[in-house]
Design a protein around this ligand. Structure first.
Ligand code: GTP
Ligand code: MG
Length: 414
């Protein structure tokens, strides 16, 4: 049998039509391509070149302009590229026209991200979510909208029996899509039940969110020994993990729940947002947000903006945010230490999750945020009300406790 199927390595040129740079936008095409290169690397492709064209708007037919296509052809030949990856999601017709013009494999940012998600998904839910996103992406390219698709249909060049096969694929895909949606919905319903169980315990929940690769999992590991895979690659985490974090205060112990979540990225494909909604929305059910930022990233400001925009898109609003500037050990340029603040956060602090620097500050910060939402009470409890006092100790914070003749004096935040 012929099952020697050696994986072919793609040698790719990264291509960006830069329609955003300049003005007030913090977008930077080079930074975006650096990230695309990281994505390509994570997906196992080798980047052999880059091409950026500054444009007022995307070329609707070919993404970049026709003159640039000639330049790209020369590059492909000279660099021995086997494919190109565009920095934006291509429309079906752009993809078709480009592959016709270049006679080479054309991929876009979305395909790349879907590919990485597919490789990293571990849980049954994660795998189903990725499959759903991939099928919907494919489906939109099979049926498409308006005239562009009829052109693509013809372009595939498989009229007659081929066309039929396409029809059939479409039907099979649709069926699978609705099946997946159903199963994912059931899984998220199950999670709702788990959440409801948590509600009852009334332990405050903090969701750890942020741009991909900033150190969210490393932070959770450092605090709770969760043992989650943390790697220098984009989208290492695709499943949410919740762990209890217990810390000591002078006035006793405090327990909170910390949830690690999927990272965000600029231009996160909408198919993925839809498919991963239930996972991404984990932050919605948290009481507070811990926003982790890679303080050493040259694109820090934009990454923070992307994180907030994504939270807005997911309707995670009105929650108190603690911003953690991570990887301060990696800051070489002293100028980068300036501006480590976040106006959207109620508190912020700088740490190195990897080296444990500054982590002692975190309980104090969490405490002060929790206290803001608690009331101070002073009360004398009867000696037979011990269970009430235990509950206050569990869910609140006892500042003073005194055993008196008339009962137990308690001063506490609840
Ligand atoms: N130098 C340095 N590296 C760190 C620090 N925190 C995390 N890292 C590294 O950054 C990389 C990414 O860390 P992760 O914890 O996987 O990041 P994440 O935010 O969970 O990433 P995704 O799950 O992929 O979105 C790993 O190689 C970590 O070792 C830090 O404080 N300093
Ligand atoms: Mg992670």
């Amino acid at each position: 049998m012929l099952h020697e199927n050696k994986e072919q390595i793609e040698y790719v040129i990264l291509v960006a039509a830069d329609v955003e740079s300049g003005g007030l936008s913090s977008y930077n095409a080079d930074a975006s391509l650096d990230e695309l290169a990281e994505l390509a690397d994570t997906a196992g492709a080798v980047v052999v070149g880059r091409l950026v064209q500054k444009l007022d708007h995307f070329n609707p037919a070919t993404y970049i302009g026709s003159g640039k296509i000639e330049e790209l052809k020369t590059m492909i030949y000279a660099l021995g590229a086997t494919g190109i990856i565009t920095d934006d999601e291509l429309s079906p017709s752009q993809m078709y026209n480009l592959s016709q013009a270049l006679d080479i494999k054309v991929m876009d940012r979305t395909m790349l991200i879907l590919d990485i998600f597919a490789a990293h998904a571990k849980s049954a839910e994660g795998k189903m979510q990725v499959e759903l996103a991939q099928l919907e992406y494919r489906l939109s390219r099979l049926t498409g909208k308006g005239t562009s698709m009829s052109r693509l249909g013809g372009g595939i060049g498989t009229r007659g029996p081929g066309e039929k096969k396409l029809e059939q694929d479409r039907r099979v895909i649709r069926k699978r899509v609705s099946q997946l949606k159903h199963e994912i919905k059931e899984m998220s319903a199950h999670r709702d039940i788990q959440r409801a169980g948590r509600e009852k315990g009334r332990i405050p929940v903090f969701a750890i969110v942020g741009y991909t690769n900033v150190g969210k999992s490393t932070l959770l590991n450092a605090l709770t020994g969760a043992g989650i895979l943390a790697e220098d690659k984009l989208f290492a985490t695709l499943d949410t993990t919740t762990r209890v974090y217990e810390y000591n205060r002078t006035t006793g112990k405090q327990k909170i729940l910390l949830t690690d979540t999927v990272g965000f990225i600029r231009k996160l494909p909408h198919n993925l947002i839809d498919a991963f909604r239930s996972t991404l929305e984990e932050a919605k059910y948290a009481d507070y947000i811990i926003h982790v930022v890679d303080a050493s990233s040259p694109n820090r400001t934009e990454e923070m903006k992307v994180a907030y925009n994504t939270l807005d898109k997911l309707n995670v609003t009105g929650k108190k945010v603690i911003t953690i500037f991570n990887k301060i050990d990696k800051i070489r340029d002293e100028d980068m230490r300036v501006g480590l603040f976040d106006l959207r956060a109620v508190k912020y602090l700088s740490i190195s999750a990897k080296h444990g620097t500054g982590l002692d500050e975190l309980p104090k910060v969490i405490d002060s945020v929790l206290r803001e939402d608690r009331h101070l009470i002073e009360k004398i409890f009867d000696y037979n009300e011990m269970s009430k006092i235990s509950e206050i100790k569990l869910n609140g914070e006892v500042i003073e406790e005194e055993y008196r003749d008339d009962g137990i004096y308690i001063k506490a935040y609840i």
